[in-house]
Design a protein around this ligand. Sequence first.
Ligand code: SF4
Ligand code: SF4
Length: 296
Amino acid sequence: MIVTVASGKGGTGKTTVAVSLALAVATDTVLPGQAPADDPSVVLLDCDVEEPNAHLFLRPSLDLRREVGVLTPVVDETRCTGCRRCAEVCAYHALAVIEGKVLVFAELCHGCGSCSWNCPEEAIREELRPTGLVEVGRAGALGFAQGILNVGEAMAVPVIRQVKKQGAAVVPGGLVVIDAPPGTSCPVVESLRGADYALLVTEPTPFGLHDLRMAVDVARCELGLPVGVVVNRTGVGDEGVDQYCRAERIPVLMRIPLDRRIAEACSDGLPLLEALPEYRQPFRDLYRQICQGVAG
Ligand code: SF4
Ligand code: SF4
């Protein structure tokens, strides 16, 4: 099962929830003193590739690091006739033909391959333009992978796709937890695509409600996923999030109070379940509710 933990805005505690959910389920699968199995039954994928930070809490051992990128066109000028076909078929305006010469705007290229496929002179070959890294490892019983987008790079989606492939390492019937980037743009959609459940983390404030609405629009309305909500930092703000969830029939699966001890654990780089073990059972209960939500 794939659960994507997302949030309409940054700073809601999304990574805390994703890490805690993964740890609560993973530690359930290994008895004290028992060595973790070779293939993990729970994998955490940090797809927040512009600012991956789950590793700060999990301190994984990373044993594989691979460069990833976008296949970008390179034009052989000795074969090119300047016919403009490549620029016409590029949906991303990554090519222009000026005075018979093809200009490639590599940062706009999505690597779809249309230009080389349509070139009548077979004048285009493709070269990998590095956009980031994927790192893979383990944190105890938990499988782990993260993507790191190169500084200044805009193409997050290809890196996220490569991180998601690491979810295949989980044993059949296991759990993949995806920590999505904040917001509702293309990288978030890619992180949600193919998931079985969208767990949306928000705060009980007007800003939290505004961004929750956008996240629900993407996850439930556009992608058709079952959604549930975790309300973080309860005790501040107003009733808006609860009223909205009631009206939209969206289950609020968990509430985490505003608690100085949680903030201190985060700033010390401690997993919530390590700093406050009393949260282990609530996160197991959260997983049980998600399973029920997936089963319908
Ligand atoms: S389609 Fe091929 S031949 Fe035509 S302009 Fe592009 S690269 Fe040149
Ligand atoms: S590979 Fe696709 S996105 Fe990139 S330049 Fe060619 S047509 Fe455009």
